[in-house]
Write a protein that binds this ligand. Structure first.
Ligand SMILES: [Fe+2]
Length: 161
């Protein structure tokens, strides 16, 4: 026996079409943040080199931040009636981030790899943010916070090059 999910298609002020558009942008950000968090753990585990300890710990801080941000983005989507999709298959199909090579990865390679991938992700998330800036200030504010966090994290990775 299946139970019907409650209708999510209601909101006090936002129009249906706007919420669909916002939901699609949030889904794109969810994919970026989820893949970043997976890549972060991959590097955390496979890292080697003289800067191992600091970078190993920093990667876990980044993963925590990305997972927290992904959770906020997904919950904003569902609050607007757009079901977030965080399934592995969906992330794999939709991510635009370059994968990391399999196996051990040196500390300086990790710094370069994340500098590039975070820069790319920030660019795409800023584009999504700009598209909803005049549609929903509340969701735009959430993405402002996500971008601010990512840009600070990028600085803290990039200076190690
Ligand atoms: Fe660990």
């Amino acid at each position: 026996m299946s139970t019907k999910a409650p209708s999510l298609d209601h909101h006090p002020t936002l129009r249906h079409a706007d919420r669909e558009a916002i939901g699609a942008e949030l889904q794109g950000v969810l994919v970026e943040l989820t893949d970043l968090s997976l890549l972060g753990k991959q590097a955390h585990w496979n890292l080697f080199g003289p800067n191992f300890r600091a970078l190993h710990l920093q990667l876990d801080e980044l993963v925590d931040a990305w997972r927290t941000a992904a959770d906020e983005v997904a919950e904003r989507a569902i609050a607007l009636g757009h079901p977030p999709d965080g399934r592995a298959q969906t992330i794999a199909e939709r991510t635009e981030l370059e994968p990391l090579p399999a196996g051990p990865i040196a500390d300086h390679e990790v710094v370069t790899a994340f500098t590039e991938r975070m820069t790319d992700a920030i660019g795409r998330i800023r584009t999504r943010m700009d598209r909803i800036e005049n549609v929903d200030a509340v969701t735009a504010d959430l993405l402002h916070g996500v971008v601010m966090g990512l840009e600070k994290q990028l600085w803290m990775i990039r200076v190690q090059v």
